[in-house]
Design a protein around this ligand. Structure first.
Ligand SMILES: [Zn+2]
Length: 503
């Protein structure tokens, strides 16, 4: 027996040394004060359960926290990816989370010690009163991946747990909507010899667990749940369709029980090991029980959550595709001072986040499916990707990263005064597509755009007013048949002509 225990300890040490994340726990207080909501909500459980299942839309205010100097924030894209994943992981619950914005909170106290008094004041000030507030910080406390605090009614998660395969964010939102750990009471049994992570330990509790309650600073004294459901409304998480779980999740990263354990009635314990509100490792995907979903719905419908029910969104339109890139199509772009980044429209995208790296390190947000830049350097290499974004987050998948090199050519125009830059895209084009002309003008002036076929006949004319700055002209050329054309732009200062091929 003694040997076995040493062996287990050694195995545990090895596992926990290798898997740093596994040592992280949830910092949510689950005392009686926390349980008040679910106990109160239970009076309405039946009414909620019998209501037709409707989608519930939950506004989220993200707080992307950095140091007071504005450093160390996560990429906005990673937050939007986490939101996409959150919606995917909650899809069966019919709870839809949408972003009302990302607030940059530059405050070292919040970033490094969100539990401190100064940080709490700062977070209370930064809160959006009409949203679920999530603060993304560097350090949520020693060994703490995240928590919900009832006092401030906010969720705090550590940066490197966003989108993790342990469902940290999904778990903390479960707490936000009143759920306790399925192993409530066992969450901090970390004091016994050899018990490094808490939960049931065969050396301490035996194969048959005979004690009637457990106690932790996180949960207070809590009744031990029995398999026969005789005390399920008052023990552990107080939800009946989540079976007993004595904190078995920490026993391995394998998403199963490695012990045979019986309760004091002699019934073998069979937990819902892959429950989001357990501490199990290695399950992905995790799930909620029906009872937990009802509890969350009831909480959302309750008076204390009235502030979330803004009714400003009533349709779930997530992004399910990545952007298909059109330009730059190859690995080179001849002119450096006029580069068109172009991609196909993505269904449900409300905007696009374009990240350009390499010789430039900048993020652009555009509502159009293109971006024209005049600021790149000659003979430089750029990496870039585009992320479609909607209020339900970015696309969940990984974007295609493109690489191209600029040449030393310029789009500068000597022949026309006051026009400094000009390009056509796409060229060659295909029938049925419109063509875009980008013109950078130094002054406001009129321009006439014509398309002339090879016989010299003008097939299309458009009059445009150019403004000082970059102008985009959409030439409605969708009706043109394939062939070679001349595109001509005429202004008071002179004329630009160029070849245009439509395939
Ligand atoms: Zn938790």
């Amino acid at each position: 027996m003694k040997f076995q225990k040493i062996l287990i300890t050694l195995v545990f040490s090895a596992v926990y040394t290798l898997g740093f994340a596994q040592a992280d726990r949830c910092g949510t207080d689950q005392s009686d004060a926390f349980m008040e909501s679910i106990r109160e909500n239970k009076k309405s459980f039946e009414a909620t359960r019998n209501k037709a299942r409707v989608e519930r839309f939950i506004p989220i205010q993200f707080h992307n926290v950095g140091t007071t100097q504005g450093e160390g924030r996560v990429n906005d894209k990673d937050i939007l990816k986490a939101l996409c994943l959150l919606n995917e992981r909650y899809v069966g619950t019919e709870m839809r989370f949408y972003s009302v914005g990302i607030n940059y909170l530059d405050n070292t106290n919040v970033n490094d010690n969100p539990g401190g008094n100064q940080a709490r004041t700062a977070m209370a000030d930064a809160k959006n009163p009409a949203a679920l507030n999530i603060f993304i910080v560097s350090d949520a406390g020693t060994g703490v991946a995240g928590y919900y605090t009832r006092n401030l009614d906010i969720v705090v998660v550590r940066k490197n747990t966003l989108s993790d395969d342990r469902y940290t964010l999904e778990h903390e939102l479960g707490h936000f909507f009143s759920l306790a750990h399925t192993h409530r009471g066992w969450d901090q049994i970390a004091n016994g010899p050899g018990v490094e992570q808490g939960g049931y330990d065969p050396m301490i509790h035996g194969d048959t667990v005979t004690i009637a309650s457990v106690s932790s600073s996180q949960s207070g004294s809590t009744l031990i749940e029995l398999m026969d459901m005789s005390n399920c409304t008052t023990a552990a998480d107080e939800i009946c369709d989540t079976p007993p779980d004595y904190g078995f999740g920490f026993s391995c990263s394998c998403c199963r029980m490695i012990y045979d354990v019986w309760d004091r009635n002699g019934d073998k314990i069979e937990p819902m090991i892959d429950n989001v509100m357990s501490y199990s490792n290695g399950c992905d995907p995790y799930r909620f029980s029906e009872g937990q979903v009802t509890a969350m719905h009831t909480d959302f419908d309750s008076n204390r959550r009235a502030y979330l029910r803004t009714n400003e969104v009533d349709q779930y339109t997530p992004i399910t595709e990545e952007a298909t890139i059109l330009s730059p199509a190859g690995s080179e772009w001849e002119e450096f001072n006029g580069v068109l980044f172009d991609w196909e429209d993505v269904p449900n995208a409300e905007s696009y986040l374009v990240k350009i790296d390499g010789a430039l390190n900048e993020q652009f947000i555009t509502t159009e499916s293109e971006l024209y830049l005049e600021i790149l350097e000659a003979d430089a290499t750029y990496f870039w990707f585009v992320t479609p974004v909607s209020k339900f987050g970015a696309s969940c998948g990984a974007e295609e990263v493109r690489i191209f090199t600029t040449g030393s050519g310029t789009t500068g125009l000597d022949e026309i005064e006051n026009i400094t830059n000009y390009s056509i895209s796409p060229n060659p084009s295909t029938t049925g597509n419109d063509i875009r002309v980008f013109l950078t003008s130094e002054i406001n002036m009129d321009a006439a755009v014509s398309i002339i076929d090879i016989s010299g006949k003008v097939v299309l004319t458009q009059n445009e007013n150019l403004n000082s700055g970059i102008n985009k002209i959409t030439v409605e050329s969708a009706s043109l048949i394939s062939g070679l054309y001349i595109i001509q732009i005429e202004t008071e200062a002179g004329k630009i002509t160029d070849k245009l091929l439509i395939k």
